[in-house]
Design a binder for this molecule. Structure first.
Ligand code: TMP
Ligand code: MG
Length: 317
């Protein structure tokens, strides 16, 4: 038999209601019209639980291309780490043309809401394999990468400095887990002065010969839909992430959701998805998959506000 005891029931409800007011006041960024949440109360309860546990229990796992970097700027697409390599310093015209053709063929497949991840997986392997083969054929020089990044229009999202600085200040590890090119990614964050000691990177790294010429890519290929394997084989072993059961995950692809699969026994997981493109087609699946969806939001405002709340002792009871 179920007893309803009004004197207990009512206060519990009003405490929850007060709490909802609290997040509204403390994290006003969650009220932005670009923020979508299927279950607002679950988001608030998770943020609250993470805040009670504090910065010492937290780790952040983030995708790179189109998550930490902007999707577009002044109406033009911002290059991904692969596309930064599209520079005459590194590759010839024919290679540029072929890489662009591949991008035009496979990117629409990557974001196609009508195909499953299983259907996309072999096609992504095909894309990455073809591009890496092309890049290797170009005999890219390691010592030219920094200049190519400088000459590119690579751009981190607005508010990135606050994001990286807060994590460093609070000694929260940040794992950047990218299917892009690790060497280029590192150069982008180095040139933006945020390659800090708490930052760890898992990505596709180039293998150079003794003369500094690209001859292969190291390790197992990471593409958008096999991050789970990388999480289990690499992220799970990272000491800096151990003993931190609360995870804030940021991504722009549904494949990014598996980046936290290497975290054994996570207590609280909060996922934020940047929905940059094909908004109408993908809105529903993103809302069903990420806790918070940010629609065409080029800033780090929401992750920053959540981090400020979780890591601030000001709000601790
Ligand atoms: P990410 O895991 O850091 O987001 O990097 C993967 C992104 O890179 C993915 O969304 C597709 C993109 N990409 C290109 O832009 N050009 C390419 O040639 C390849 C292989 C991937
Ligand atoms: Mg991405």
């Amino acid at each position: 038999m179920i007893y309803h005891i009004p004197s207990i029931y009512t206060p519990v409800r009003s405490v929850l209601a007060i709490w909802h007011q609290l997040t509204k006041a403390e994290i006003p960024e969650l009220a932005k019209c670009s923020v979508l949440m299927r279950e607002r109360s679950r988001v608030e309860e998770t943020i609250y639980a993470m805040q009670r546990a504090g910065a010492g229990s937290l780790q952040v796992i983030s995708d790179f291309d189109m998550t930490l970097t902007r999707f577009a700027h002044n109406g033009k697409r911002v290059p991904t780490t692969h596309n930064i390599l599209d520079n005459q310093l590194l590759i010839d015209e024919d290679c540029t043309k072929k890489m662009r053709e591949l991008l035009n063929t496979y990117y629409p497949i990557e974001i196609d809401a009508s195909r499953t991840a299983e259907e996309k997986l072999p096609l992504m392997v095909e894309w990455w394999t073809k591009v890496h083969k092309l890049l290797i054929s170009q005999r890219i020089r390691k010592d030219m990468l920094a200049q190519a990044v400088r000459e590119s229009s690579a751009m981190l999202r607005d508010g990135y400095k606050v994001f990286f600085d807060r994590l460093t200040e609070q000694q929260v590890p940040l794992l950047i887990f990218s299917a892009g090119v690790g060497d280029v990614l590192e150069e982008v964050i180095r040139q933006n002065h945020v390659f800090l000691p708490n930052v760890h990177v898992i990505s596709n790294y180039m293998d150079f010969d003794q003369t500094g010429v690209l001859r292969a890519f190291k390790g197992q290929l990471i593409h958008t839909f096999n991050k789970r394997e990388g999480a289990l084989s690499h992220a799970a072993g990272l000491r800096a992430l151990q003993g931190r059961p609360n995870v804030l995950l940021l991504g722009d692809s549904l494949g990014d959701l598996t980046m936290a699969d290497g975290v054994s026994q996570h207590q609280n997981l909060l996922t934020i998805g940047f929905l940059n493109d094909q908004v109408d087609e993908r809105k529903e699946s993103y809302m069903n998959s990420f806790d918070i969806v940010l629609v065409k939001d080029e800033t780090m405002d929401v992750p920053n506000a959540i981090l400020r709340y979780i890591t601030s002792s000001r709000y601790r009871k």
